[in-house]
Design a protein around this ligand. Structure first.
Ligand code: GA4
Length: 241
């Protein structure tokens, strides 16, 4: 006889929180290691440990991080080359407390991860209980997102903005440093295969609401993203004017 679990949702959530707690513990353990040891897992281009340098075009921030493929089998051990089979990424960001910053301080020292939108379809973000994430509203006002270590935040990426023909807008966000506590956030970036075409879904296009974007492959978009700076609005390259 199969006895149904009385609270299946709760069990799932408890299990998920167990995984999250382990991830946080492992992350903290890793970032507490001596720099030389962490650097052995680097550089972060394309995957591994990175410190302060973001991407390859001169962007910097007050953080260290791990950038990982979600499918370990797709990273070749010897050459660290990436197969194109699994374009999703996983990232763990660690923002050490920056003692000298004040909440009102606009200096670059406060910037943990500069203003940007995520290129992918959707990002699932979780952080510890330390504040730092901010999102930009349509009027340009930056709003802090209160941390909730028991929840996941969904961030709309550029590709979803295109798929919905602008109905869902990719959100510009940034992380600012904290003066007292270290912040750690983990992100899953969901992306299609490199050869997948991205263009507004037919149901999102009508004579009143014509397509706003030229079709492109995820590979093309990724290439464009990596050739630009973090804060650039890369979707402008694919807009129909
Ligand atoms: C932003 C979202 C993800 O963190 C990321 C970042 C990537 C990187 O850190 O290597 C990029 C950035 C992100 C967008 C523009 C390019 C690429 C740094 C950068 C300057 C892993 C991603 O996929 O795009």
């Amino acid at each position: 006889m199969v006895v149904p679990s009385p609270t299946p949702m709760r069990t799932k959530k408890t299990r998920a929180l167990g995984v999250v707690a382990r991830l946080e513990e492992e992350g903290l353990d890793f970032f507490a290691k001596p720099a030389a040891e962490k650097e052995r897992a680097g550089p972060a281009t394309p995957f591994g440990y990175g410190c302060k340098n973001i991407g390859c075009n001169g962007d910097v921030g007050e953080l260290e991080f791990l950038l990982l493929q979600t499918n370990p089998a797709s990273i070749s051990e010897r050459s660290r080359t990436i197969s194109s089979s699994d374009p999703a990424k996983f990232r763990v960001n660690h923002y050490p407390a920056v003692k000298e910053v004040k909440d009102w301080d606009p200096s670059p020292k406060r910037i943990g991860f500069g203003e940007h939108s995520d290129p992918q379809i959707l990002t699932i973000l979780r952080s510890n209980d330390v504040a730092g994430l901010q999102i930009c509203l349509r009027d340009g006002l930056w709003v802090p997102v209160p941390p909730d270590p028991t929840g996941f935040f969904l961030i709309v990426g550029d590709a979803l903005q295109v798929l919905t023909n602008g109905r869902l807008a990719s959100v510009r966000h940034r992380a600012v440093a904290n003066s007292t506590k270290a912040r750690m956030s983990t992100m899953y970036f969901g992306a299609p295969p490199l050869n997948a075409w991205i263009s507004p879904l037919p149901e999102m296009v009508s004579p009143q609401n014509p397509s706003q974007y030229k079709p492109f492959t995820w590979g093309e978009f990724k290439k464009a993203a990596y050739s630009l700076r973090l804060g650039d609005t890369r979707l402008d390259l694919f807009k129909i004017h």
